[in-house]
Design a protein around this ligand. Structure first.
Ligand SMILES: Nc1ncnc2c1ncn2[C@@H]1O[C@H](COP(=O)(O)OP(=O)(O)OP(=O)(O)O)[C@@H](O)[C@H]1O
Ligand SMILES: [Mg+2]
Length: 325
């Protein structure tokens, strides 16, 4: 096969959360080469004639889609599969509709609510109707990921604090911000890959917060993901022992991931993030159809815990991409 990796254009001075795409690109390229296939890669330009010229030049068997944002916006990522479909080109991963719907956290929460998938209550601007004075909320971006704008200050109590935080975040980062009920308990980020057209849910990892000061919210904020020098990154880690120690919980989470996969019409690969409340009830925080494919990320670690290699993952994603056509 000849595989064209199509990736987000990342300027050399971009921050880590954007460089991340190029780390994935290097790993995917290496994995494809290892398996004896030809591989080329190119940045995505959101212009149909330019994409057509690129495909005509390389004539790939399939495009490996690593377009995670366009012009700095995650919500524009679906334009890549839209254009590839228009040009009749097979590609890997999720389709445009899934990427589009899940890029809006409040819309995907509405869908989850309607189809009975558990998700925490949420409140939206401009009227913020329903905010409860005594309750704790996390103020999140509706359409961006990578924990953009999430630090300790994002977790607030009461209506006034929510409004003030949303105003501040909007001023600093732009976009639409909403409030979600803060779920105090444990966190699980469960990955899934497609196998013969069906979801294959991978071993369940729990996120741990070590040495965490009691007065700090236990969240995987921006620093925990991207600041190599931070206490947060140093003191968060995942373990894969849920299946062995808590098989019922692991099964409950895996069943929810499979149901989410089906409801959102997912393909290729993805990840569903959960928190558990004090009684152990799971709540879906969000659905990630463009989950990170970098070898140190959750999905690759989960594949490894399932006894597969990174190149097995990449080849399976490619095989399933080809089968969709
Ligand atoms: N309702 C909540 N209750 C408790 N913690 C939360 C809640 N929502 C988000 N968090 C914390 O913030 C982190 C990031 O939130 P979320 O996954 O919704 O955003 P994201 O920026 O899209 O992240 P990703 O990088 O996974 O795409 C979560 O991993 C979790 O630690
Ligand atoms: Mg998340």
């Amino acid at each position: 096969m000849k595989i064209l990796i199509l990736h987000t254009y990342v300027p050399p001075d971009a921050p880590s959360e954007d460089q991340d795409t190029m780390w994935s690109e290097a790993a995917v390229r290496e994995a494809i080469k290892q398996r004896g296939h030809e591989v080329v890669s190119a940045p995505f330009v959101p212009e149909l004639s330019e994409l057509k010229a690129l495909l005509d030049e390389h004539r790939p068997t399939v495009v490996f889609n690593l377009v995670e944002s366009v012009n700095g916006l995650c919500e524009l990522a679906p334009i890549a599969p839209v254009m590839l479909e228009k040009l009749g080109m097979p590609y890997t991963g999720n389709h445009a509709g899934t990427l589009s719907v899940t890029s809006d956290k409040t819309l995907s929460k509405e869908i989850m609510r309607k189809c009975g998938l558990p998700t925490a209550d949420w409140i939206v601007p401009p009227d913020w109707h329903g905010l409860d004075e005594g309750r704790k909320y996390i103020v999140k971006h509706a359409t961006e990921d990578c924990s953009l704008g999430l630090d300790d200050g994002a977790v607030v109590i009461g209506a006034k604090a929510v409004r003030e935080r949303a105003e501040l975040s909007k001023t600093l980062y732009g976009g639409r911000w909403f409030a979600e009920l803060y779920i105090e308990g444990r966190e699980f980020n469960v990955s899934c890959i497609e196998k013969d057209g069906k979801p294959m849910v991978l071993p369940v990892p729990e996120m741990h917060f070590y040495n965490w000061p009691a007065d700090r919210p236990r969240i995987v904020g921006y620093a925990a993901k991207w600041d190599e020098l931070s206490f947060d990154l140093d003191n968060t880690d995942r373990t894969f022992d849920a299946e062995e120690k808590e098989p019922e919980l692991a099964k409950k989470l895996k069943d929810l991931v499979a149901a989410t996969w089906t409801q959102f019409g997912m393909h290729g690969f993805g990840r569903v993030d959960f928190r558990l409340d004090a009684e152990g009830n799971p709540f879906i925080l969000e659905v990630n159809p463009n989950a990170c494919l970098e070898p140190n990320c959750n999905l690759a670690a989960a594949v490894n815990a399932a006894g597969l290699s990174y190149s097995d993952l990449i080849m399976q994603v490619i095989d399933e991409g080809l089968k969709c056509w």
